[in-house]
Design a protein around this ligand. Structure first.
Ligand SMILES: Nc1nc2c(ncn2[C@@H]2O[C@H](COP(=O)(O)OP(=O)(O)OP(=O)(O)O)[C@@H](O)[C@H]2O)c(=O)[nH]1
Ligand SMILES: [Mg+2]
Length: 317
């Protein structure tokens, strides 16, 4: 299962305290208290594992290590260990405290989430001609603490959309080596599936229904995953009694969710063409047919139509 939304709290480490110490050797009396070490910072780092957010469902609070106190020989305490929190590439991280957002799109990309506090100075740093035996020191500063909302948006080139049962997952399986579940009832797909077709990443999301953009069905939760795609492939089953209505329902939901989605280049695949004669297909295609629409009939049982489908997709890249 892919977790695609989590809220976590992070706390960077506190700086170590400065120390009060004196040299006990007669010839070199004087303050020797060192500085506290730097508190550990918290970072986010991109990984390719799409399930990397799952762990944040179980545990929500994260702490980096505190810096160690300074030492009596003028030396600085050890720094606290940094904490690295892995997130899948495609994560959008919202800092709920500062309201700043950032995106992680590359494996290994590392972004500072919360900075560790600096260590306090020990009494060695407060020596002066007028006070050769200062007892003064500073406490380490607190590390930053923030609350984050992390949202995964899959990075795909092509998004497969359509009503439930339109044949989206079947098509994904044919065009890529994905093994998405396929069945003859609506809402077979409960989580997005990804597949790779040559260099393109295809994302298959759960079927959309009327009202999806207002939260009906499953679709809304996953529309964000196609927000970054370049092209939408709209699957419409030829089995439908009213293709135009089906088409409009999905287009309307895309538009309602985010008008940018409906601006993306779109290809229409009329699916399950093996079940119908050429005449019927032609007639049905006409119903949708505006001249400038890219539209073809396909079947997972017709290899030639799948080659055409691939070509059409690639023509938009
Ligand atoms: N005859 C025929 N059946 C197909 C074809 N493509 C898909 N199907 C069948 O249509 C049904 C639905 O296919 P899915 O791929 O699960 O549809 P989906 O759009 O992913 O459905 P959801 O995940 O529920 O939204 C399954 O029974 C498939 O076997 C096709 O080209 N020809
Ligand atoms: Mg499916």
């Amino acid at each position: 299962m892919i977790t695609d939304e989590v809220k976590i709290k992070v706390q960077a480490g506190q700086g170590g305290d400065g120390v009060v110490a004196f040299n006990k050797v007669k010839m070199s009396l004087g303050p020797t208290g060192g500085k506290g070490g730097l508190g550990g910072s918290v970072y986010f780092q991109g990984v390719s594992d799409l399930t990397a957010l799952n762990k944040y469902k179980r545990k929500r609070d994260y702490y980096a290590e505190d810096g160690k106190d300074g030492r009596g020989d003028k030396s600085t305490g050890h720094g606290g260990k940094d904490l690295i929190l892995t997130v899948p590439i495609g994560s959008v991280v919202h800092n709920l405290t500062t309201e700043k957002d950032f995106e992680i799109t590359q494996v290994g990309e590392t972004i500072l989430a919360a900075k560790g506090g600096i260590g306090g100075r020990g009494n060695f740093y407060f020596r002066s001609p007028v006070n050769t035996s200062p007892e003064k020191y500073e406490k380490g500063k607190l590390g930053e603490n923030f609350e984050f909302f992390i949202e995964l948006r899959l990075i795909a080139d092509v998004g497969l959309v359509g009503l439930p049962n339109a044949g989206k997952s079947s098509l994904l399986n044919e065009l890529t080596r994905a093994k998405a579940r396929v069945a003859d009832y609506p809402f077979t797909t409960l989580e997005p599936n990804l597949g790779v077709m040559d260099r393109l990443i295809l994302a298959d999301i759960p079927g959309l229904i009327e009202g999806a953009s207002r939260g009906k069905g499953l679709g809304i939760k996953f529309l964000k995953h196609i927000q970054r795609t370049k092209v939408l492939v709209h699957c419409l089953s030829l089995e439908s009694e009213d293709l135009l209505k089906d088409y409009k329902i999905v287009r309307q939901e895309l538009e309602n969710y985010n008008p940018e989605l409906s601006q993306k280049p779109e290809i229409i695949f009329l699916t399950k063409s093996d079940l119908f004669s050429d005449e019927i297909i032609k007639a049905k295609m006409k119903i949708l047919g505006e001249k400038n629409k890219k539209i073809i009939a396909i079947s997972i049982l017709d290899e030639r139509s799948l080659v055409e489908a691939k070509k059409l997709i690639f023509s938009l890249f």
